[in-house]
Design a protein around this ligand. Structure first.
Ligand code: GDP
Length: 296
């Protein structure tokens, strides 16, 4: 039977009946389990190391309270550290800038970028009553442009009319002009999808960024791709300066490792999570829930 990390830690430390401070030997045994559990949850190795060191530092010498067992005490320290590492609750999209506020959406093809763009537009429009304009900059894939236009209709926001032959920067500028003229609050720019971190497309996104000065650069990453998503996030952040992450397919990721790695490696907040294919399947990110998944 599968045992969660909490059970395993309690098991290891159940032999400790004495009260008082946890010793280094007690904690070392427990950290072996923590390490194994994090690796099973697909947390990046470098993150696992830093994490167990931090927990160890807090746990050795910690005085076990009368009301809890040593196992429960260590579980609590691990939980608190996981939550701290995952960041604060309910980060929001920052729209605190003169309208129209540009938001640049970046990410690998298939990560859910276009769907997420529509999901966020719907949220900003319905909940925050913002007038949102969507524009696809995917000049290489006409189908992607059509897809965004269809999704825009579905969520009840406008999309920039498609004009063939324009470059990504030209479309982005046209979107900003249209938004100014039309009194829009937010312009979401959906950059070209790519199957790998490709220099030509990075340069194109950087050019769009320079031309539009986006207030948010949101990286959309697929939680199911684990370590690959982390490497992707690092590459996008180094090149484009990401301001926040949206993790998709959290409905299929029961392990939570990508979220922890992503946050720890990039230092950028996870702002929202995708939890399904439908346009309303977008939720705020709650660190405590992910910590619970990892702890089991
Ligand atoms: P893009 O190439 O990055 O623009 O990806 P798309 O937006 O076209 O999404 C690719 C597929 O992933 C579509 O079938 C989406 O419905 C699906 N998708 C997007 N986000 C989620 C999510 O959070 N959960 C699930 N289960 N599917 C998603």
């Amino acid at each position: 039977m599968f045992e969660g990390l909490s059970d395993r830690l309690s098991g290891i430390l159940s032999g400790l009946t004495r009260r008082g401070a946890l010793t280094e030997a007690d904690v070392t045994a427990a950290m072996r389990e923590v390490r194994r559990a994090l690796l099973e949850a697909d947390v990046a190795l470098e993150v696992v190391r830093g994490f167990t060191d931090k927990v160890k530092e807090k746990a050795v010498g910690a005085v076990v309270l009368k009301s809890v067992t040593p196992g429960q005490m260590v579980v609590k320290i691990v939980n608190d550290e996981l939550v701290a590492m995952l960041g604060t609750d309910a980060e929001t999209i920052d729209l605190n800038a003169p309208a129209p506020v540009p938001i640049l959406m970046v990410g690998l093809q298939g990560s859910g970028k276009t769907t997420t763009t529509a999901k966020i537009a719907r949220r900003l429009s319905d909940r925050e009553k913002r007038k949102v304009l969507l524009a696809s900059l995917d000049t290489r894939r006409p189908a992607a442009m059509e897809q965004l236009a269809v999704l825009a209709k579905q969520v009840g926001v406008e999309s920039l009319p498609i004009i063939a032959g324009q470059s990504a920067v030209q479309i982005a500028k046209r979107a900003m002009d249209a938004a100014r003229l039309g009194g829009f609050d937010v312009v979401m720019l959906d950059t070209a999808g790519r199957t790998t971190v490709d220099e030509a497309l990075m340069a194109e996104a950087a050019e769009v960024k320079a031309a539009t000065q986006p207030h948010e650069v949101l990286l959309v990453a697929d939680a199911l791709t684990g370590q690959d998503a982390v490497n992707t996030a690092r590459a996008f952040d180094q090149r484009l300066g990401v301001t926040g992450i949206v993790l998709t397919r959290m409905d299929g990721d029961s392990r939570g490792g990508a979220a922890l790695s992503m946050r720890a490696v990039t230092g950028k907040p996870i702002k929202l999570v995708g939890t399904g294919e439908k346009v309303d399947a977008l939720e705020e990110f709650h660190p405590a829930r992910v910590a619970n998944r990892i702890l089991g």
